[in-house]
Design a protein. Structure first.
Length: 551
């Protein structure tokens, strides 16, 4: 399909393709030499990377990046803030925004599968300055080794040894995992993902047993905590307003529990058959994460009271987990160590993902000539080792947690990175809206996309609206009389002036301009779609249906 006004006088190349997508039928595209050359230029640097990941590994990497301390530890604070019903509603509400964001990044990435996807998309569809801003903010938020620092806190559950010992040991492990081949990293994360899923399944079963009175010596709980102390918690004030403020406060904390779900497109440039892999993995990851979260939160709301003082302030180890609290109330002794061990793998996975995300973003900015070209160097396995090495250089910052004074400073930097998640969602929505406008301006329809969703047309606006609201209200408690806390205010809103300052800097230094919808380069992307057909997945037979549990 050709957009109006896009006829070329140069030599034409006819490409006939029958795509394996449900949305892209047999089409007849005409491309000229310029389209082909631009396509090769766009994907030139990504083609130098390894393509050894598949849908199975991509899906599990995303699961590992999402399911972690937010579910196992911080959910107790959320329950105490919103109450059982308030927490469930908040998770469902935020889940709809996450779903919209996931659809946005999936549709855009299937048309333009790139390493550090939304950074590349911002440069291609909106403005190179926005891509630079997103890239620097991503690098900044990921080179700070807050997850590695969390490892030392988690280890205090078992030992009083100096945290620096564990930072050294696990820091070397992280360097080793990221220094050879991306598939090695993927397989390790796949193993960690299976541990997390197993723990989730075990906690669901155990929670049901506790609630239904299956533990000797304990009566059936049922929905007693929904009735007393009640379905909603009051925060900052009493009455309906207090319940709403508790709900909205929990919404802002739940955002971070879903953080990392867009990592599914982070390694698109290193994935075999990226379009079909991203599309399948994106759908399955969201369904699994959302279903697991709602089921586990529902069960948690029945086995722990939101007024229990033991869940309000998690300390970073299993002792602060609401699940562990429920188990202790039931008189079970072994589980806390298991939970702490899986939380440890969660922190290690997140620390690994930080190095991957930082290095790939550095690689992309270097490919756009916004960082030194030395970061484009790759080893024989297609790994951008210089970018990885640079990201690893910041691991020693984790030693700051060994000093009380330095730990305070470090925690400030650590908290600042949290609001970057919402900034990511905002940019993803803006990218999707810009791509949709470009399609319309150049005469294409959504049916021309390699993969699309029925509700995708509105997802960008829905996700953008609520992501902006979440960001602007992230620090609202500091504006309530008697609740002022500069650290909370700073961490909630610093991303806004930082992004504006970087945007102005990029506009002045790189002399970038806004890309009009009619000027966005869509034809080279469609050429890549047609020139690289991806075979359909084979139908599952017999025992192969079991692979749906992880693939």
């Amino acid at each position: 399909m050709m957009g109006p006004g896009t006829e070329k006088k140069d030599q034409k190349l006819q490409v006939d393709v029958i795509a394996d997508s449900s949305d892209l039928e047999s089409l007849n595209f005409q491309f000229d030499k310029e389209d082909i050359e631009e396509s090769h230029e766009i994907f030139h640097h990504d083609n130098r990377l390894s393509s050894s990941l598949n849908a199975r590994l991509i899906a599990m990497i995303s699961l590992v990046g999402v399911i972690g301390t937010g579910l196992f530890l911080s959910s107790g604070g959320t329950l105490a803030t919103a109450g059982p019903v308030g927490m469930i509603i908040a998770y469902i509400f935020v889940g709809t925004v996450v779903a919209a964001s996931q659809i946005c990044v999936t549709e855009t990435s299937c048309l333009y599968p790139a390493t550090s996807s939304y950074v590349a998309h911002a440069e291609h569809f909106v403005d190179k300055a926005l891509g630079f801003v997103m890239g620097i903010c991503d690098i900044y938020s990921t080179i700070i080794p807050n997850e590695l620092a969390a490892v030392s806190v988690i280890m205090t559950y078992w030992t009083d040894l100096n945290p620096a010992i564990f930072i050294t040991i696990f820091g070397l492990v992280i360097v080793a995992v990221n220094s050879y081949n991306v598939k090695w990293y993927g397989e390790i994360e796949f193993f960690f993902g299976l541990l997390k899923i197993s723990l989730c399944a075990g906690l669901i079963l155990l929670g049901l047993i506790i609630d239904l009175g299956g533990v000797p010596g304990q009566h059936r709980l049922g929905f007693q905590y929904w009735k007393n102390p009640g379905p909603f918690a009051e925060k900052y004030t009493t009455g309906s307003l207090g319940k709403f403020l508790g709900f909205w406060k929990s919404v802002n904390s739940i955002v971070y529990a879903f953080g990392g779900i867009q990592a599914i497109t982070l390694l698109a440039g290193e994935t075999e058959y990226p379009r079909r892999s991203i599309h399948r993995a994106a759908k399955r990851v969201f369904y699994r994460v959302f279903s697991l979260y709602i089921i586990m939160i529902f069960i948690l709301s029945m086995i722990v009271s939101h007024t229990d003082k033991g869940i309000a302030k998690p300390n970073g180890t299993a002792s602060g987990s609401p699940w562990v609290r429920a188990v202790k109330l039931a008189g079970i002794k072994v589980l806390p160590h298991i939970v702490n061990a899986v939380v440890l793998t969660s922190a290690l996975s997140a620390a690994n993902l930080q190095i991957v995300k930082a290095s790939r973003t550095i690689f992309v900015l270097s490919s756009k000539k916004q960082l030194p070209k030395i970061f484009l160097k790759v080893n024989k396995h297609g790994l951008p080792y210089v970018a990885v090495g640079f990201a690893c250089c910041f691991i020693p910052l984790a030693y700051m947690t060994s000093s009380k004074a330095a730990s305070t400073v470090f925690s400030w930097f650590q908290n600042i990175t949290s609001s970057n998640i919402l900034f990511n969602w905002i940019v993803i929505a803006v990218n999707h809206i810009a791509m949709s406008r470009a399609l319309k301006a150049q005469g294409y329809s959504r049916k021309d996309l390699p993969y699309s969703f029925a509700i995708g047309k509105w997802c960008g606006y829905y996700s953008l609206f609520f992501s902006v609201i979440f960001l602007l209200t992230g620090g609202f408690p500091t504006f309530i009389h008697g609740q002022w806390d500069f650290a909370t205010f700073f961490s909630a809103y610093f991303i806004i002036p930082l992004a504006l300052a970087l945007f102005v800097f990029a506009k002045l230094v790189f002399r970038t301009s806004y890309i009009k919808p009619s000027e966005a380069k869509l034809r080279p992307l469609f050429y890549d779609v047609t020139a690289k057909p991806e075979p359909p997945y084979k139908k599952l037979k017999g025992w192969e249906w079991l692979t749906l549990l992880w693939a």
